[in-house]
Write a protein that binds this ligand. Structure first.
Ligand code: KE4
Length: 432
């Protein structure tokens, strides 16, 4: 099915050609629109809260390149800083002062981080932090939660979220059982299941890793006491607590979900926003743990482009912009207007829906709800979500192309953009 009411000739041509060049015509699976149907639009340029596709159609963007564009796409101050940095080269492969600057900002912002290592993606950060917790505890098992996504490293592709959930991939082929046998899973928000895993695997569990607010099974918030309960259980059993804040870091609050909920893990992974749109990931935490990382310690992890001056520059400028007073209050206000508005419209148009928002992250399921975990999320009407997604796209609103993703706002979004989005939602939901 192709967009009926907007011209997408060039998108179709380019995407058709891409099919013969790259698997599925994309560089990352979720972009292929498999779960929402139809063909993806091909982007030409982005600015602020908007996208223009190669056919000249404009959209209000609620994906924000999956999170990094919290200041709006191509923010003039980020672009200017990058232009200046470019004059000095693109990559050094050697220490540079910019790494110190971004490291100091991250350490100052994130409660759990006393020392940090930069990498090039969230996947790398999560891979490295898993190796680190195993090295530090000398244990091999790890607990993750169904529907949570921590990048595509082998040991995490067990009941993962995001594109794995979107495509209904079981544990991906190519992942050896020997690798996933040490990955234990529990339903999100289920402390008793975690307690049972610890009791069944005494002194074997290196740590627990989770999205403190889930964005990869759709938007799912932690039940009251869940995060604190995990903090206590991990301490009790000599295991480490890892918050994967690749998505929530600097989005839920400047100090991430750990600041918002007042629960401090032992280690944190970051990505997306700290790169300001360039490839960056990071992991960090207690100094006694991080000092195990080579060359300070024996745990090996490396990367050609880690800490490169362009990515550091974009991250530094982005965090500087986020420090402006009132930023998070504004993000919370407009995102609440959007999320609440969508639920009111769903109710008024006879569509069962649930969802909500925290700061600049939101989500909605076509389900009566509440959605506490991945099993609940899978009960949502994904086909209806696909029709909703297509209808919104045809009205100039670009939502994440999967029920198993979250939505993101930026401080470039205006109240007029929110109103226009809600108007489109009313039209579409009236015809679902
Ligand atoms: P990357 O390797 O994609 O930079 O980060 C992996 C990752 C780790 N942890 C969390 C909580 C994440 O959300 C992600 C990546 N998020 C997806 C969107 N749900 C990236 C989009 C994509 O895969 O194309």
């Amino acid at each position: 099915m192709v967009n009926t009411s907007i011209k997408t000739t060039k998108s179709q041509e380019i995407f058709a050609a891409a099919q013969n060049l790259m698997p599925g015509g994309v560089s990352s699976p979720v972009r292929a629109f498999k779960s929402v149907g139809g063909q993806p639009i091909v982007f030409d340029r982005v600015k602020g809260a908007y996208i223009w596709d190669v056919d000249g159609n404009q959209y209000i963007d609620y994906v924000g390149t999956w999170g990094p564009a919290i200041c709006g796409h191509a923010h003039p101050e980020v672009i200017a800083a990058l232009q200046a940095a470019l004059e000095k080269g693109t990559s050094f492969g050697a220490p540079c002062a910019l790494e110190n600057v971004l490291a100091e900002m991250v350490i100052a912002a994130v409660p759990s981080i006393e020392m940090v290592r930069f990498v090039n993606s969230g996947t790398e950060a999560c891979m490295a932090v898993l190796r680190l917790i195993r090295a530090f505890t000398k244990r091999e098992k790890v607990i993750k939660f169904e529907g949570c996504y921590h990048g595509h490293a082998d040991m995490f592709l067990v009941k993962a979220g995001s594109g794995v959930a979107t495509l209904g991939l079981p544990d991906s082929p190519g992942v050896p059982k020997s690798v996933t046998s040490n990955t234990l899973t529990a339903p999100y928000n289920d402390l008793s299941a975690v307690k049972a895993l610890f009791e069944a695997n005494p002194d074997e569990i290196a740590g627990v890793i989770l999205e403190p607010v889930v964005g990869n099974a759709g938007f799912i918030t932690p039940d009251t006491g869940f995060l604190q309960g995990l903090r206590e259980l991990t301490k009790e059993h000599g295991a480490l607590l890892v918050f994967d804040e690749v998505m929530t870091g600097f989005r839920i609050a400047y100090g991430g979900a750990q600041e918002k909920f007042g629960v401090t893990p032992d280690l944190t992974t970051l990505g997306k926003i700290i790169g300001g749109g360039l490839p960056v990931g990071a992991y960090g935490g207690r100094q006694d743990i991080m000092s195990m990382v080579a060359p300070a310690g024996p745990m090996y992890q490396a990367g050609t482009l880690s800490g490169n001056p362009l990515a550091m520059t974009a991250g530094i400028k982005t965090l500087e912009l986020l420090q402006k007073p009132g930023t998070y209050e504004y993000l919370d206000k407009i995102t609440k207007q959007l999320a609440d508005g969508l639920l009111v419209i769903a109710k008024e148009t006879g569509n069962e829906a649930c969802g909500g928002q925290i700061s600049a992250m939101f989500g909605m399921f076509f389900a009566p709800g509440p959605v506490h975990n991945y099993e609940d999320a899978k009960k949502a009407d994904a086909n209806k979500f696909g029709r909703f997604h297509r209808g919104m796209l045809e009205r100039g609103v670009y939502l994440a192309p999967s029920q198993f993703e979250a939505g993101f706002t930026s401080f470039a979004h205006t109240e007029a953009d929110i109103e226009k989005t809600l108007q489109a939602a009313r039209e579409v939901m009236s015809s679902l």
